[in-house]
Design a protein around this ligand. Structure first.
Ligand code: GCB
Length: 585
């Protein structure tokens, strides 16, 4: 199975990088998914096969046009563009790689009419070496076929979830070069002992059967070298280390070191080099608490979505710098990447700003368990963990949102025990959680932290807030009691139309959202005192698009910010609480 693409593409002394982002040609396939192939669309410029339309990359294709058939399209679409490979890459015998940050959902890629890679599952990167497929004397044709059809054996399964099935080339596309012998992966893990930071690492390289040396150096934020070792696997101690701390928990949150890896040949020559930012911190947990660097953590955050006007789920640096500014303004210190891994650049921003992440794989509301689904679910976790394991911001893996039919179904129980084992085989340094919704669930047994989603005052007892505090308290207590593990509330909230005001509060008004949230705060405070409750995540950070239906007026409106990222009354209310919690921490 394919697992490449874990190193973020970067230019270094030995590597070059060209973006292929921009406006590509695009054509929707007729309903027969094979139509394009049967008519040789992969063998020529798409514009020769019929009418093409311009399509921005990265972006979802759904909302840039005016055609309802394209917005709601379920099936195959085709993209293409031409690109050049710099001739000096060939002259210096560089390998050429093609890398996609993510494509939703199933992708087949052709270079100069030859299939070079296919990839299933959105929200995760994939790459392939294309050295033998490109020409240096003329332009090269890149064709990408995307199918967003979901079934009961895809991750996520079809129809089971509450966000729009945005599709297309969602994240940046690059070609980059490496030397013949190249660094393939870097795995780091950190620990703290007294004032000393410990960095354990493992470097893998490819492209030779001979032994190659590794030099690993660590630099602080002033570019002063604070540690080094000549070995491909090892442990470096950093005396008086500056630890990575969350936002508002320390005067200098998000402290990052640079880990520089150099491959050295037998004559001492430089072969390849690549640098990655790391943060030194350690996560631990007990039956009642979660710790970072031996300090108890209380998580103040949200569930989010990658979602905005026009772009859908397309990576957008403007949107995400704004999002991070709002996260900090509101005094949050964490978010959950509900319900799929987000763009890599988002984790880099979180590392730098000290925002903690519960990293969720794309399994949402699964309700039918097969061996095929299990294999894909594991694959999504493999790719996510390989991609994200070096980020200090990632403190927990969330392996599923609201798994269904787990109360009674034995298959489901076995299924999730295998899922968690798979995660633990890859990484023991972070806690594992699921966002549960069924109080009868038995799979909490496999989790380190119990997360639960509950909509008191909304899907239950709509319009009535008086029972919320006691219900939330009782449910949290029951989860804790059932499993003897720390508990966090991973979703609660109410749809709210910005600008709608009613006194006394009435559903959909800003007042109702504020009142509902306030009742939750009462329960959270009581649970904090009881000593097993470790975090509150309101649903949602911002309003987002859903499929059409009578339950959603212009999408899901449970955001504390609007879709254009302006505050509702609830954002001010959450802010007052989060800032005072931070001050008390
Ligand atoms: C949930 C889901 C989330 C939905 C939310 C809602 O339980 O986890 O994806 O958007 O409820 O608003 O219905």
């Amino acid at each position: 199975r394919y697992t490449g693409g874990s190193l973020y593409p970067r230019t270094t002394l030995t590597r070059d990088l060209r973006t292929l982002n921009g406006i590509w040609n695009f054509r929707k396939s007729p309903p027969n998914p094979l139509y394009g192939y049967l008519n040789g669309w992969q063998e020529q410029d798409l514009s020769r096969t019929g009418t093409v339309i311009p399509m921005p990359v990265p972006s979802s294709y759904n909302d840039v046009g005016t055609d309802v058939a394209l917005r709601d399209h379920l099936g195959v679409v085709w993209y293409d563009r031409r690109f050049y490979v710099p001739r000096w890459w060939a002259e210096s015998k560089q390998r050429v790689w093609l890398r996609f940050g993510s494509v939703q959902y199933n992708t087949k890629v052709f270079v100069n009419s030859k299939e070079v890679i296919s990839h299933e599952i959105g929200h995760l990167p994939f790459e392939v070496e294309i050295t033998d497929y490109v020409s240096y004397n003329c332009s090269n044709l890149l064709t990408v076929v995307v199918d967003n059809t979901l079934t009961r054996n895809t991750i996520p399964q079809e129809n089971g979830y509450d966000f729009f099935n945005y599709a297309g080339i969602h994240r940046p596309v690059y070609i980059y070069s490496t030397p013949q012998v190249y660094i393939e992966d870097i795995i780091t893990q950190t620990d703290v002992q007294g004032y000393t930071g410990l960095v354990t690492y493992n470097i893998t390289y490819k492209g030779t059967t001979e032994d190659v040396g590794c030099l690993v150096e660590i630099f602080d934020m002033n570019d002063t070298k604070v540690g080094a070792l000549q070995a491909c696997t090892g442990l470096i101690d950093i005396a008086n280390a500056n630890l990575w701390w969350p936002y508002l928990m320390h005067t200098n949150p998000g402290y990052l070191y640079t880990l520089k890896v150099t491959l050295i040949g037998s004559d001492g020559e430089l072969i390849d080099t690549y640098s990655e930012k790391i943060g030194i911190r350690v996560i631990n947990w007990t039956k009642t608490a979660l710790y970072m660097n031996n300090q108890p953590l209380y998580l103040r955050g949200f569930g989010m979505h990658e979602d905005s006007d026009f772009r859908g789920k397309g990576w957008d640096p403007v949107l995400w710098v704004r999002n991070f500014n709002l996260i900090k303004w509101v005094g949050a210190n964490a978010f959950r990447t509900s319900h799929y891994p987000y763009a890599e650049e988002i984790y880099q921003l979180a590392d730098e700003q000290g925002i903690m992440i519960i990293d969720e794989c794309p399994s949402v509301n699964a309700n039918f368990y097969t061996e095929e689904l299990l294999a894909k679910h594991k694959q999504s976790l493999t790719e996510m963990i390989r991609r994200d394991r070096n980020h200090p911001s990632v403190i927990m893996w969330s392996v599923a949102n609201e798994p269904q039919a787990c109360g009674t179904d034995k298959m489901c129980h076995i299924y999730y025990s295998k899922i968690v084992k798979h995660v633990k085989d890859m990484d023991l340094s972070r806690a594992v959680t699921f966002a549960l919704s069924d109080p009868k669930d038995v799979i909490g047994e496999h989790m380190d932290i119990i997360s639960f989603n509950r909509y008191n005052g909304w899907y239950a007892d709509v319009g009535s807030i008086s029972q919320i505090a006691s219900k939330v308290y009782n449910e949290s207590f029951n989860w804790h009691h059932k499993y003897n593990k720390p508990v966090l509330m991973s979703e609660y909230g109410a749809d709210t139309i910005p600008g709608m005001h009613t006194l006394p509060e009435y559903v959909f008004s800003e007042e109702y959202q504020v009142a509902l949230i306030s009742e939750h705060f009462k329960a959270f405070d009581k649970m904090r005192q009881a000593g097993f409750f470790i975090g509150e995540f309101i649903w949602n950070f911002a309003d987002f698009a859903t499929k059409q239906g009578i339950y959603r007026v212009g999408g899901n409106k449970k955001g504390i910010f609007t879709r254009s990222r302006q505050p509702k009354a609830s954002a001010h209310h959450i802010r007052a609480r989060y800032l005072s919690l931070a001050a008390a921490d």
